[in-house]
Write a protein that binds this ligand. Structure first.
Ligand code: SAH
Length: 413
C-alpha cells in the first residue's frame, strides 16, 4: 500500500512555522485502508488512534462519502483530511435501470478510466456484481469487456467504493440495508490477475464495524488462473470460487478462452481438485458454462462436460449462462429447449445444474456485457456527460422500451 507516513513532509517556513507538504500529487484514498492503517494515518496528522476507528466506521459502516458529512469529527480535522486524503475517487458517469430492476453504474476513476458495477435486487438478498479491473486483458471471444483490453487493475479502495455507492443508491447513505448483500466478482476484469487488491478489499469488507459482508457471501469468478486457485485454497477465511469453463475440451476452449493455452483443462481441473480439499461441508465449487448457440451446446458437449467433471470426481455444480448477446459479438444464446436438454443430460450423470436467469440485458448489465457502453446513440452519451455534473439522484437512464423504470426515490420504499 501507499505508506501514509510517506505523504507527510514537515518543514519550516522562514518565520519558523511548521508546514506539511504532501509528497504525492494524489490524495490518499482512505476507502482502501484497514482500521489499523487508518489509525496509523491519523497519527501522522497528530491525531489519537480512536480517530482512525471513527473514520473507519464513518467510511465503511455509515458509508459516508465526504469528510464534510462526518460531522462528529472536529471541523479543523475534517479540513485537514480534505487536504491529504479522499474517500470518493469514483465519479458516477451514468446510471441505468433495467425493466427487471437491475441497475448498472458506469463510473470514471480519478485517471478517467471506466469502472462498471451492477446491482441486482432479489427478494431475500441483493447481489452486487463488482469489477476488479478497468477493462480486461483476457480475450474471451464471447465477452464484450475483452474488447476494451486491460486499462488497469483497480485498487482495493476502488473495489470497496463500488459496493458503497451501490448500497447508498439503493438504501440511502447511513441506512443499514434491510437485508443481506451477496457479492460476485463477475464484473469487468479477471479478479485473479489483481489478487492482492481483491483480497485486501475482501478483508476490509468483512469488518463488522464496516460493511460487514463476510467472505462467505462473496463469490469470485476466474477464467482459470491456476496458481491463484491454489493460493485461494490456502486462505482460511476465503470467498467462494467459480470457474468459467465455456467448453468441455481443449480445442474449443483454446478458441473461446485463449487463456486455456497457458493453463489447459487438465491443469485447471487438477487445481480445482486441490481446491476441493478446502471446501466446507455444504460448499460446492461452481463451474460456469456460457451457452453459445451451435458452438458449445450440443448433447455431445454435455456428455464431454459430464465426463470431464466426473473423471476428476469434483464436488461441483454447473451454472449454465445463456449467452448475453451484444454487438459485435458473433454469437447468439442457445435456445431455451437446448439449455434444458443440456441440463437434463448433465443431471442424468449426477451433476447438479442451475440455469442463470439473465438480468439487466436491456441495459447491457448482464454477464459479459460490461464494456463502458453509454447505451445507444449520441443523444444518450450526451445525457451521460451532462449528468456527470448533477447530483446522483437525478442521473437515471432508463432502458429503451422500458415501461417500468423506477426513479431512485421510488426504489427507496
Ligand atoms: N474474468 C472472470 C470474471 C468475469 S466474467 C471470469 O472469466 O470468470 C463472469 C462470467 O460471465 C464468466 O463466467 C463468463 O464466462 C461469463 N460471460 C462472459 N461473457 C458472457 C456473455 N456475453 N454472455 C454470458 N456470459 C458471459
Amino acid at each position: 500500500m501507499e505508506k501514509p507516513l510517506a505523504i507527510l513532509f514537515v518543514t519550516k517556513t522562514p518565520m519558523g512555522a511548521n508546514v506539511r507538504i504532501n509528497l504525492f500529487m494524489k490524495q490518499l484514498d482512505l476507502t482502501g485502508l484497514t482500521q489499523t492503517e487508518l489509525s496509523e494515518f491519523v497519527a501522522t496528522l497528530g491525531e489519537p488512534v480512536y480517530r482512525g476507528r471513527q473514520l473507519f466506521h464513518a467510511i465503511q459502516g455509515r458509508r459516508i462519502r465526504s469528510f464534510d458529512g462526518i460531522t462528529d469529527l472536529p471541523k479543523a480535522f475534517r479540513t485537514e483530511l480534505e487536504e491529504w486524503a479522499t474517500i470518493a475517487t469514483l465519479t458516477l458517469e451514468s446510471r441505468y435501470v433495467s425493466s427487471d430492476g437491475t441497475r448498472r453504474y458506469l463510473f470514471k476513476t480519478r485517471d478517467n478510466l471506466p469502472v462498471e458495477t451492477v446491482f441486482i435486487p432479489e427478494e431475500r438478498r441483493d447481489t452486487i456484481c463488482f469489477s476488479s479491473q478497468s477493462g480486461c486483458p483476457l480475450q474471451c471471444t464471447f465477452c464484450l469487456t475483452a474488447q476494451l483490453g486491460l486499462l488497469r487493475n483497480l485498487s482495493a479502495g476502488e473495489i470497496v467504493e463500488q459496493i458503497i455507492v451501490a448500497l447508498n443508491d439503493a438504501y440511502v447513505e447511513g441506512v443499514k440495508p434491510p437485508h443481506g448483500t451477496n457479492l460476485v466478482g463477475m464484473g469487468a476484469g479477471e479478479p485473479f490477475l489483481n489478487f492482492d487488491e481483491l483480497m485486501r478489499a475482501v478483508r476490509i469488507m468483512k469488518e463488522p464495524r464496516g460493511l460487514n459482508i463476510v467472505p462467505n457471501r462473496v463469490t469470485v469468478s476466474t477464467a482459470g488462473i491456476v496458481p491463484r486457485i491454489r493460493e485461494l485454497a490456502t486462505i482460511p477465511d476465503r470467498p467462494h470460487l467459480a470457474v468459467s469453463l465455456a467448453a468441455p475440451n481443449d480445442d474449443l476452449r483454446n478458441e473461446l478462452m485463449p487463456i486455456n493455452k497457458k493453463w489447459p483443462l487438465r491443469e485447471l481441473l487438477s487445481a480445482c481438485k486441490e481446491f476441493e480439499k478446502s471446501l466446507k461441508p455444504a460448499e460446492r465449487l461452481t463451474f460456469e458454462y456460457v451457452m453459445l448457440d451451435s458452438v458449445n451446446d450440443s448433447d455431445e458437449h454435455a456428455r464431454q462436460l459430464a465426463r470431464l467433471l466426473n473423471r476428476h470426481r469434483l464436488r461441483a455444480k454447473v451454472n449454465l449462462i445463456p449467452h448475453n448477446p451484444a454487438e459485435p459479438l458473433p454469437y447468439q444464446p442457445s435456445p431455451p429447449e437446448r439449455v434444458t436438454a443440456f441440463r437434463a443430460l448433465l443431471e442424468s450423470k449426477d451433476i447438479p445444474v442451475y440455469i442463470r436467469r439473465p438480468r439487466g440485458r436491456d441495459i447491457l448489465a448482464a454477464c459479459g456485457q460490461l464494456a463502458a457502453r453509454t447505451e445507444s446513440g449520441p443523444a444518450l452519451v450526451e445525457i451521460a456527460k451532462t449528468n456527470a455534473k448533477r447530483p446522483l439522484a437525478s442521473r437515471t437512464h432508463s432502458a429503451p422500451h422500458n415501461p417500468r423504470v423506477k426513479s431512485l426515490d421510488q426504489n427507496r420504499d
